[in-house]
Write a protein that binds this ligand. Structure first.
Ligand code: ASP
Length: 344
């Protein structure tokens, strides 16, 4: 033992799933069957402990209350471990990574989410490599400092900044991309860290961990498509308790020029909604006012999401509405990077 320790937090997902013999459907099973499949865990030079959701879930059932549970588990164990590995279904992993990046600020330890496309009990599983390298990264240090001090996703030999990541494939082991931010590391014979793009080690230890466990879940996503109509938008904006809407727009932030569209946005804004504009394109940024079809957004005070992913935009708004009451503060904070989720 070199004195290092890593806590594995098992939430569920394919990595720990098995076929239910009665229904033939994949369902999450308990953590023990993962450790049985990976005897390599006993050969690590780190102390490895684990904890688990009382009922492991498919990540389609993930959401704000579970993110709060995760943040509380990390907070409770923060001083006892060098790093944390969260085993999670890949479907919504990018949302959880984004949410945790806002909820756990000023991290001085790695939090690495991973999972797999094939259950760990299957011969061709990608889960073993993902788990073993994620643990390696969670314990990695340089001159006594952790190399990674942020929320990240490790999948198929790549380490990504969590709040820049999107799931892109249902069939390839290479299932994630970070289109607007370089990879944090690449695992081959060695793990090559991209030091230039990792959160700066200098900022570590300057401040204590800030844990924010109040989220406002009343945020929605509206995806534009050619043919979307007034009634659909009006109904959406009238959802009870809705506080904010992320609109997924065309290209660099464009939308229909019809008067009804502008009026619908205006009525939502007049009712107190904050509306944010992110692009349906995966690479690049929103530029409100570049085309005539995006001028209304600036006129109406719609916030540009710049190069935020939808996952980061939604969870950032949930976090900001949980933390601040003043609308102008929320608007201002939305437009500034909080934890590397945005390029200005
Ligand atoms: N449906 C699974 C989940 O997200 C898929 C996976 O783990 O890859 O929990």
């Amino acid at each position: 033992m070199n004195g290092k320790s890593v806590l594995i937090i098992y939430t569920g997902g394919t990595i720990g799933m098995m076929k239910d013999p009665e229904t033939d459907l994949l369902k999450p099973f308990d953590f023990e069957q993962i450790t049985n499949q990976v005897p390599e865990l006993n050969r690590f030079a780190y102390k490895i402990d684990s904890t688990s959701f009382s009922k492991p879930i498919d990540s389609s059932n993930m959401g704000p209350s579970k993110w709060i549970e995760l943040a509380n588990i990390i907070n409770k164990n923060y001083n006892d471990y060098n790093g944390f590995v969260i085993l999670h279904g890949s479907d919504t992993m990018a949302f959880t990574a984004s949410a945790l990046s806002f909820m756990l600020q000023d991290l001085s330890k790695p939090i690495v989410l991973t999972g797999s496309q094939l259950p760990i009990g299957t011969i061709r599983t990608d889960g073993k490599e993902n788990l073993i390298t994620a643990i390696e990264i969670a314990g990695a240090s340089n001159n006594g400092y952790p190399i990674v001090s942020e929320v990240s996703i490790y999948f198929e030999y790549q380490l990504y900044r969590g709040n820049r990541t999107t799931k892109t494939s249902t069939e390839h082991f290479h299932a994630f991309e970070s289109y607007n931010y370089p990879k944090l590391a690449q695992a081959g014979v060695e793990i090559k860290y991209n030091y230039k793009y990792l959160r700066s080690v200098k900022s570590i230890f300057e401040k204590p961990l800030q844990v924010n466990t109040t989220l406002n879940p009343n945020v929605g996503v509206l995806k534009l498509f050619p043919g979307i109509n007034r009634l659909q938008i009006i109904h959406f904006f009238n959802t009870p308790e809705l506080v904010a809407v992320v609109i997924e727009t065309f290209g660099s932030g464009n939308a229909p020029s019809d008067k009804w569209f502008k009026d619908a946005l205006q009525s939502g804004i007049d009712a107190g909604l904050i509306i944010a504009n992110v692009s349906q394109c995966q690479t690049g940024s929103v530029h409100q006012g570049k085309y005539e079809t995006s001028c209304i957004f600036d006129e109406l005070g719609v916030l540009s999401g710049n190069d935020l992913t939808t996952e980061a935009a939604v969870t950032k708004l949930m976090f900001l509405f949980g933390k601040y009451e003043e609308v102008n503060t929320i608007k201002q904070k939305f437009s500034e990077p909080i934890c590397g989720e945005l390029t200005l």
